[in-house]
Design a protein around this ligand. Structure first.
Ligand code: DX5
Ligand code: ZN
Length: 229
């Protein structure tokens, strides 16, 4: 499996969202869409109607990161609308196993996220039900925050589990991922990288994605967990 670079549209211009998505379409693997409900996190973005319209306008796979309460109720709708992956937070889910199965039954990748304070043990029993684990490297809610390097220990732990258990899961990092930090993420075991301000905060978002990919691929190729080692 190759590495995934997913620009987060949280740092794009919401007044010209489709245009900003197109600016990275030729180089991005997925578009990362942050859904926030002002309950699970203290910020509010967009919900299902806007995501559904966006899905109809863009050809890049959409990776929905749901920072919302009651994902058991709301997350399947994003899968049904055509999101390629749907990530819910374990801290908010009631029945994560059933939710994963519902997401997959709609043809989406099922993914579970953990906040910086949540240990890997909270999702260990779920690793056979998910396609991806998202390790947050900032407190969820806002773009442009400082990277929390201590969260990489959890990336390392998850990659170790995945390897020893023969699990085919991606490990995604989100928050403060930039040219200065992406190599550390790849070295720890991440193979999917979300970047908001490091992409849309630059004059040339497509060039920024390409630079992140080069750095991540270099570091992953040298990493302890790489098949190429
Ligand atoms: C934050 C979101 C991130 C955000 C990352 O809670 O989940 O996806 O866009 O932004 P940066 O890359 O600027 O930290
Ligand atoms: Zn996100």
């Amino acid at each position: 499996m190759g590495l995934i670079i997913a620009p987060s549209i949280l740092s794009a211009n919401f007044g010209r969202l489709v245009e900003d998505c197109e600016r990275v379409a030729s180089v991005a693997d997925w578009l990362h869409v942050d859904v926030m409900d002002n309950h699970f996190v203290p910020n509010l973005t967009i919900g299902l109607p806007v995501v559904a319209d966006l899905l109809a306008q863009v050809s890049t796979e959409v990776d929905c990161h749901l920072m919302i309460d009651d994902p058991d109720r709301w997350a399947p709708g994003y899968a049904e609308a055509g999101a390629a992956s749907v990530t819910f937070h374990i801290e908010a889910a009631r029945d994560a196993r059933t939710l994963c199965r519902a997401l997959r039954s709609h043809g989406a990748r099922a993914a579970v996220a953990i906040k910086p304070g949540t240990p890997v043990s909270a999702v260990r029993g779920l690793l056979r039900e998910v396609d991806m684990v998202l390790v947050m490297t900032v407190e969820p809610g806002f773009g442009g925050q400082a990277f929390m390097g201590e969260c990489l220990e959890k990336v390392r732990e998850l990659r170790t589990h995945a390897r020893s258990g023969g699990l085919d899961i991606r490990i995604q990092v989100d928050g403060g991922v930039s040219a200065a930090t992406i190599e550390r993420c790849a070295d720890a075991g991440a193979d999917a990288f979300v970047a908001g301000s490091a992409v849309y905060g630059t004059a040339d978002p497509a060039a920024a994605v390409t630079q992140l990919r080069v750095l991540a691929e270099g570091a992953a190729g040298r990493a302890w967990w790489s098949d190429r080692c």
